[in-house]
Ligand binder design. Structure first.
Ligand SMILES: [Zn+2]
Length: 218
Protein backbone atom coordinates (compact mmCIF):
# COMPACT_ATOMS: atom_id res chain seq x y z
CA UNK A 1 0.00 0.00 0.00
CA UNK A 2 2.74 2.34 1.08
CA UNK A 3 4.87 1.61 -1.97
CA UNK A 4 1.93 2.19 -4.30
CA UNK A 5 1.22 5.54 -2.64
CA UNK A 6 4.82 6.69 -3.10
CA UNK A 7 4.85 5.54 -6.71
CA UNK A 8 1.75 7.56 -7.56
CA UNK A 9 3.33 10.59 -5.87
CA UNK A 10 6.21 10.21 -8.34
CA UNK A 11 4.11 9.68 -11.44
CA UNK A 12 1.49 12.35 -10.86
CA UNK A 13 2.48 16.01 -10.44
CA UNK A 14 2.16 17.46 -6.95
CA UNK A 15 -1.22 18.99 -6.23
CA UNK A 16 -2.59 20.67 -3.11
CA UNK A 17 -4.18 18.14 -0.81
CA UNK A 18 -7.13 20.44 -0.10
CA UNK A 19 -7.98 22.12 -3.43
CA UNK A 20 -5.87 20.28 -6.04
CA UNK A 21 -4.00 23.43 -7.21
CA UNK A 22 -0.77 22.35 -8.95
CA UNK A 23 2.72 22.58 -7.58
CA UNK A 24 2.46 22.39 -3.80
CA UNK A 25 1.45 19.72 -1.31
CA UNK A 26 -0.79 22.04 0.67
CA UNK A 27 -1.39 25.63 -0.50
CA UNK A 28 -1.45 28.65 1.82
CA UNK A 29 -5.24 29.10 1.75
CA UNK A 30 -5.84 25.44 2.59
CA UNK A 31 -3.13 25.67 5.23
CA UNK A 32 -5.14 28.51 6.83
CA UNK A 33 -8.13 26.17 7.17
CA UNK A 34 -5.86 23.51 8.67
CA UNK A 35 -4.46 25.62 11.48
CA UNK A 36 -3.88 24.26 14.92
CA UNK A 37 -5.80 25.71 17.84
CA UNK A 38 -6.98 24.07 20.99
CA UNK A 39 -10.65 23.09 21.39
CA UNK A 40 -11.82 21.74 24.72
CA UNK A 41 -15.11 19.85 24.63
CA UNK A 42 -16.45 16.94 26.63
CA UNK A 43 -18.45 13.76 26.41
CA UNK A 44 -19.67 11.28 29.01
CA UNK A 45 -20.44 7.65 29.74
CA UNK A 46 -22.71 6.40 32.56
CA UNK A 47 -23.04 10.01 33.73
CA UNK A 48 -19.26 10.48 34.05
CA UNK A 49 -17.94 13.43 32.08
CA UNK A 50 -14.53 13.38 30.47
CA UNK A 51 -12.60 16.08 28.55
CA UNK A 52 -11.82 15.96 24.83
CA UNK A 53 -8.99 18.07 23.39
CA UNK A 54 -8.88 18.63 19.63
CA UNK A 55 -6.74 20.84 17.48
CA UNK A 56 -8.29 21.51 14.05
CA UNK A 57 -11.88 22.49 13.17
CA UNK A 58 -13.47 20.22 10.60
CA UNK A 59 -13.72 21.76 7.11
CA UNK A 60 -13.66 20.65 3.48
CA UNK A 61 -9.86 20.70 3.72
CA UNK A 62 -9.84 18.69 6.96
CA UNK A 63 -12.13 16.15 5.36
CA UNK A 64 -9.64 15.71 2.48
CA UNK A 65 -6.66 15.51 4.83
CA UNK A 66 -8.34 12.79 6.91
CA UNK A 67 -9.41 10.86 3.82
CA UNK A 68 -5.97 11.03 2.16
CA UNK A 69 -4.32 9.94 5.38
CA UNK A 70 -6.79 7.23 6.32
CA UNK A 71 -7.51 5.71 2.92
CA UNK A 72 -4.39 6.54 0.87
CA UNK A 73 -1.67 6.70 3.56
CA UNK A 74 -0.37 9.87 1.87
CA UNK A 75 2.63 10.89 3.97
CA UNK A 76 1.93 14.66 4.06
CA UNK A 77 -1.64 13.96 5.20
CA UNK A 78 -0.37 11.53 7.87
CA UNK A 79 2.05 14.21 9.08
CA UNK A 80 -0.72 16.83 9.33
CA UNK A 81 -2.85 14.46 11.43
CA UNK A 82 0.12 13.49 13.62
CA UNK A 83 1.15 17.11 14.26
CA UNK A 84 -2.44 18.00 15.20
CA UNK A 85 -2.62 15.09 17.63
CA UNK A 86 0.74 16.16 19.04
CA UNK A 87 -0.54 19.71 19.59
CA UNK A 88 -3.76 18.66 21.36
CA UNK A 89 -1.92 16.00 23.39
CA UNK A 90 0.62 18.55 24.65
CA UNK A 91 -2.21 20.72 26.04
CA UNK A 92 -4.06 17.71 27.42
CA UNK A 93 -1.00 16.48 29.31
CA UNK A 94 -0.30 19.96 30.68
CA UNK A 95 -3.86 20.60 31.86
CA UNK A 96 -5.32 17.14 32.59
CA UNK A 97 -2.48 14.65 32.99
CA UNK A 98 -0.54 11.87 31.32
CA UNK A 99 -1.58 8.36 30.50
CA UNK A 100 -1.13 5.55 28.03
CA UNK A 101 -2.58 6.29 24.58
CA UNK A 102 -5.38 3.95 23.52
CA UNK A 103 -6.30 4.13 19.81
CA UNK A 104 -9.91 3.80 18.67
CA UNK A 105 -9.83 0.59 16.61
CA UNK A 106 -10.89 0.80 12.97
CA UNK A 107 -13.57 -1.54 11.76
CA UNK A 108 -11.86 -4.83 10.90
CA UNK A 109 -12.92 -4.66 7.26
CA UNK A 110 -11.43 -1.15 7.00
CA UNK A 111 -8.07 -2.23 8.51
CA UNK A 112 -7.89 -5.14 6.09
CA UNK A 113 -8.58 -2.87 3.15
CA UNK A 114 -6.07 -0.22 4.28
CA UNK A 115 -3.37 -2.70 5.23
CA UNK A 116 -2.69 -0.85 8.47
CA UNK A 117 -4.37 -0.07 11.77
CA UNK A 118 -4.93 3.60 11.13
CA UNK A 119 -5.03 5.31 14.55
CA UNK A 120 -2.27 2.98 15.86
CA UNK A 121 -0.01 4.25 13.07
CA UNK A 122 -0.83 7.87 13.94
CA UNK A 123 0.09 7.26 17.61
CA UNK A 124 3.33 5.61 16.52
CA UNK A 125 3.95 8.72 14.44
CA UNK A 126 4.09 10.61 17.74
CA UNK A 127 6.97 8.36 18.75
CA UNK A 128 4.75 6.61 21.29
CA UNK A 129 3.78 2.94 21.45
CA UNK A 130 -0.03 2.73 21.57
CA UNK A 131 -1.75 0.66 24.25
CA UNK A 132 -3.82 -1.42 21.85
CA UNK A 133 -6.44 -2.84 24.21
CA UNK A 134 -9.78 -2.05 22.54
CA UNK A 135 -11.45 -4.46 20.13
CA UNK A 136 -14.79 -4.67 18.37
CA UNK A 137 -17.16 -7.14 19.96
CA UNK A 138 -19.27 -7.27 16.81
CA UNK A 139 -19.51 -5.71 13.37
CA UNK A 140 -20.49 -2.03 13.27
CA UNK A 141 -21.54 0.26 10.44
CA UNK A 142 -19.39 3.17 9.24
CA UNK A 143 -20.26 5.95 11.73
CA UNK A 144 -19.81 8.72 9.15
CA UNK A 145 -22.95 7.56 7.32
CA UNK A 146 -25.16 7.81 10.43
CA UNK A 147 -26.99 10.51 12.38
CA UNK A 148 -26.47 11.14 16.09
CA UNK A 149 -29.10 8.76 17.52
CA UNK A 150 -28.14 5.97 15.11
CA UNK A 151 -24.45 6.43 15.97
CA UNK A 152 -25.16 5.68 19.64
CA UNK A 153 -27.27 2.62 18.74
CA UNK A 154 -24.64 1.44 16.24
CA UNK A 155 -21.91 1.52 18.90
CA UNK A 156 -23.79 0.44 22.01
CA UNK A 157 -21.61 -2.27 23.59
CA UNK A 158 -19.56 -2.52 20.38
CA UNK A 159 -16.13 -2.13 22.00
CA UNK A 160 -14.49 -4.20 24.72
CA UNK A 161 -11.20 -4.93 26.44
CA UNK A 162 -10.53 -8.63 25.94
CA UNK A 163 -10.55 -10.66 29.17
CA UNK A 164 -6.88 -11.75 28.83
CA UNK A 165 -5.74 -8.12 28.62
CA UNK A 166 -8.14 -7.19 31.39
CA UNK A 167 -6.57 -9.81 33.67
CA UNK A 168 -3.09 -8.32 33.17
CA UNK A 169 -4.06 -4.69 33.68
CA UNK A 170 -6.71 -5.02 36.38
CA UNK A 171 -3.98 -6.12 38.84
CA UNK A 172 -2.47 -2.67 38.81
CA UNK A 173 -3.48 -0.46 41.71
CA UNK A 174 -4.17 2.40 41.21
CA UNK A 175 -5.78 1.71 37.83
CA UNK A 176 -3.73 2.56 34.74
CA UNK A 177 -4.58 6.00 33.31
CA UNK A 178 -5.44 6.14 29.63
CA UNK A 179 -6.15 8.78 26.99
CA UNK A 180 -8.35 7.72 24.06
CA UNK A 181 -7.02 8.76 20.62
CA UNK A 182 -9.04 9.27 17.43
CA UNK A 183 -8.78 11.31 14.23
CA UNK A 184 -12.12 13.11 14.53
CA UNK A 185 -14.78 13.73 17.17
CA UNK A 186 -18.29 14.47 15.92
CA UNK A 187 -21.03 13.45 18.37
CA UNK A 188 -18.62 11.86 20.84
CA UNK A 189 -20.52 8.54 20.56
CA UNK A 190 -17.40 6.55 19.64
CA UNK A 191 -15.33 8.10 22.43
CA UNK A 192 -18.12 7.47 24.98
CA UNK A 193 -18.33 3.83 23.97
CA UNK A 194 -14.53 3.52 24.21
CA UNK A 195 -14.51 5.20 27.64
CA UNK A 196 -17.27 2.89 28.86
CA UNK A 197 -15.41 -0.20 27.64
CA UNK A 198 -12.08 0.92 29.13
CA UNK A 199 -13.69 1.75 32.47
CA UNK A 200 -15.38 -1.65 32.49
CA UNK A 201 -11.97 -3.17 31.69
CA UNK A 202 -10.45 -1.61 34.82
CA UNK A 203 -8.72 1.43 33.32
CA UNK A 204 -8.88 5.00 34.57
CA UNK A 205 -10.06 7.15 31.63
CA UNK A 206 -8.52 10.63 31.76
CA UNK A 207 -10.21 11.80 28.56
CA UNK A 208 -9.57 11.93 24.86
CA UNK A 209 -7.42 13.64 22.25
CA UNK A 210 -8.47 13.95 18.61
CA UNK A 211 -6.85 15.65 15.62
CA UNK A 212 -10.11 17.26 14.41
CA UNK A 213 -13.37 18.48 15.84
CA UNK A 214 -16.64 18.59 13.87
CA UNK A 215 -20.03 19.99 14.74
CA UNK A 216 -22.40 17.06 15.19
CA UNK A 217 -24.88 16.38 12.39
CA UNK A 218 -28.34 16.13 13.95
ZN1 LIG B 1 -5.21 24.30 -1.55
Amino acid sequence: MRALGSLSELIFPVRCLGCSVLGIEICSSCRTLWSRHIYRTESSFDGRKFPIYSSVKYSAVASKVIMKSKEDALSIADNLIISSLDHALTYFQKEIGSGFLVPIPSRMSASRKRGRKYINRMVEGLGITPLDVLSHSRAVRDQSTLHAADRIKNLDGALFVNPQTQKIFSKSDPAISVIIIDDLVTTGATLSEAARALHAGGFHVLGSVTACLAKPVR
